[in-house]
Design a protein around this ligand. Structure first.
Ligand SMILES: NC(=O)C1=CN([C@@H]2O[C@H](COP(=O)(O)OP(=O)(O)OC[C@H]3O[C@@H](n4cnc5c(N)ncnc54)[C@H](O)[C@@H]3O)[C@@H](O)[C@H]2O)C=CC1
Ligand SMILES: O=C(O)[C@H](O)CS(=O)(=O)O
Length: 481
């Protein structure tokens, strides 16, 4: 196997690479092979990182937005220049097919590139005065030290989607990557140094005791903002832990995306959209179609065509030629997926294709299509986070919307119809932060990413993402007239 480049194994704090007495193993989910042993740090080192970020904040905030933007652009350019190395590192530690890893490097760099420009648009306002003796204005100021806790499923993009706007606004950041995927985080930190990001502005604390690191970040009053992407249960823990210091929060949590197909849909487009949404990253994204809700008239043709295409999917290590389904991230994940499918089949669901672990063994699960699923099944109500597509049949539009909204989550939703009136009615009625209409791939740095209900708070990316890292200050000048 080709040697991996850009491998850093120590945490990055205050511009220095910091080892620990202990290390933890980073392994390849495709074969369990040891990739690296990484510094296993805890609350103490986290507080050192917070102190470094606190010290670095004034000088970084004092840089002009144009200067910060220029450094971010260099960082984005360096990521793209090292895209092949970063992609191979990502596939090694996360497992996704190499083509998807290359796509994520571009996607991750796009947030840095986008906020390199947005840095220059942190506009305030002058306000028409109600009193001739006064003049009113508002200005935007960077909130200060930020904490960013990121998941394993997008080891670069979920970090740059936080660090990009934070640094653009003039904030400094302490990042805690997932213990499954620290190498990508450390690699882009190395490129950040090369781009000119000053010591203390970006810090990466690696460790297996997420709870201890998280508590240190949540309970420290110098941390004024926390941004988290991950499961809703952990999001709720962090939400509570931040109350004591009243932090500003961005929470991108779990989803349970409905994927509705109406009788009037373009069948082939709906099947392709379902595949693009459901099986991306082996089904391990928070915006994956989780429940396929298909109208009775198109149901059989849709299920048949989907099963045909899924049956042709190549499963294997992400480095394999033509592989589109890689391993799941860990044993806990494959045990959960296997249990969800077994329970559904026991309750009457039919396996159209897949339905069990792949013959490759390990963490490989067959891409699966189930029909005869029902809303009372666990896999209809929980985020599957695996390559399994359960199909539920419906009769009327109202029934479809009711099924789609019957969940505490509201991140992404999708539906296929060629009836314009129906598209507007359903888009407005669905309870989600993001809706794909005749489209299965909706994520981009230029659009506001986020959910409603228990899928989170705030928006990332777009022209809204920068504001998450600002405070607004109202200025009232008296004695003017
Ligand atoms: N919304 C999303 O994009 C994601 C959703 N998930 C959901 O979460 C489930 C579990 O996946 P995990 O990776 O275990 O997600 P998780 O929510 O447990 O972990 C996400 C990040 O939070 C950290 N973390 C965990 N517990 C923490 C705590 N008490 N304090 C501070 N940080 C903590 C982890 O180390 C990781 O960096 C998945 O099956 C999926 O349903 C997971 C990853 C991403
Ligand atoms: O957490 C995730 O799964 C990502 O936010 C999904 S996306 O932004 O890469 O689509």
């Amino acid at each position: 196997m080709t040697a991996l480049n850009l491998v850093e194994t120590e945490a990055f704090i205050d511009g220095l690479w910091i080892g620990g007495e202990a290390t933890f193993d980073v392994t390849n989910p495709a074969d369990g092979a040891l990739i690296a042993r990484v510094a296993d740090l805890g609350a103490g080192e986290t507080r050192i990182a917070i102190e470094a970020a606190h010290r670095a904040f004034p000088a970084w905030a004092a840089r002009t937005a144009k200067e910060r933007g220029a450094i971010l652009r260099r960082w984005s350019d360096l990521m793209l220049a090292h895209a092949d190395d970063l992609a191979r590192l990502m596939t090694a530690e996360q497992g996704k097919p190499l083509a998807e890893s290359k796509g994520e490097v571009s996607y991750g760099a796009s947030f840095i590139d986008w906020f390199a420009e947005e840095a220059k648009r942190g506009y305030g306002h002058t306000i028409p005065t109600p009193d001739p003796k006064k003049r009113l204005a508002s200005i935007k100021q960077p909130i200060g030290v930020c904490a960013a806790i990121a998941p394993w499923n997008f080891p670069i993009a979920m970090i740059t989607r936080k660090v990009g706007p934070a640094l653009a606004a003039g904030c400094t950041v302490v990042v805690k990557p997932a213990a499954e995927t620290p190498l990508c985080a450390l690699a882009i930190a190395r490129l950040a140094v090369e781009a000119g990001v000053p010591a203390g502005v970006l810090n990466v604390v690696t460790g297996t005791d997420a709870s201890a690191i998280g508590k240190a970040l949540c309970e420290d009053g110098r941390v004024r903002k926390l941004s988290f992407t991950g499961s809703t249960p952990v999001g709720k823990v962090l939400y509570g832990q931040c109350a004591g210091t009243m932090k500003k929060l961005s929470l991108e949590l779990g989803g349970n995306a409905p994927f509705i197909v109406f009788d009037d849909a373009d069948l082939e487009a709906a099947v392709d959209g379902a595949i693009a949404s459901k099986y991306r990253n082996t089904g391990q994204t928070c915006v994956c179609a989780n429940r396929l809700i298909v109208q009775a008239g198109i149901h059989d043709a849709f299920a048949k065509r989907l099963a045909e295409k899924v049956a042709a999917m190549k499963v294997g290590p992400g480095t394999g030629e033509g592989v589109v389904i890689g391993p799941l991230i860990n044993d806990k994940a494959i045990v959960k997926v296997e249990a969800l499918v077994k329970e559904a089949v026991a309750a009457g669901a039919r396996v159209e294709v897949g339905g069990e672990r792949h013959e490759l063994g390990g963490l490989f699960y067959q891409p699966t299509v189930l029909t005869g699923a029902s809303p009372d099944m666990r896999l209809f109500n929980e985020e599957i986070f695996g390559p399994v597509a359960p199909i539920v049949k419906f009769e009327t539009e109202d029934e479809a919307v009711a099924l789609a909204n019957a969940t505490p989550f509201g991140l992404a939703a999708y539906f296929y119809s060629r009836d314009v009136g129906r598209c507007w009615r359903v888009a407005e009625a669905i309870e989600a932060g993001m809706v794909g209409i005749n489209e299965g791939l909706i994520s981009t740095e230029v659009a506001p990413f986020g959910g409603v209900k228990e899928s989170g708070l705030g928006r990332e990316g777009s022209s809204e993402g920068l504001d998450e890292y600002f405070e607004t200050k109202y200025l009232c000048f008296g004695g003017v007239g």
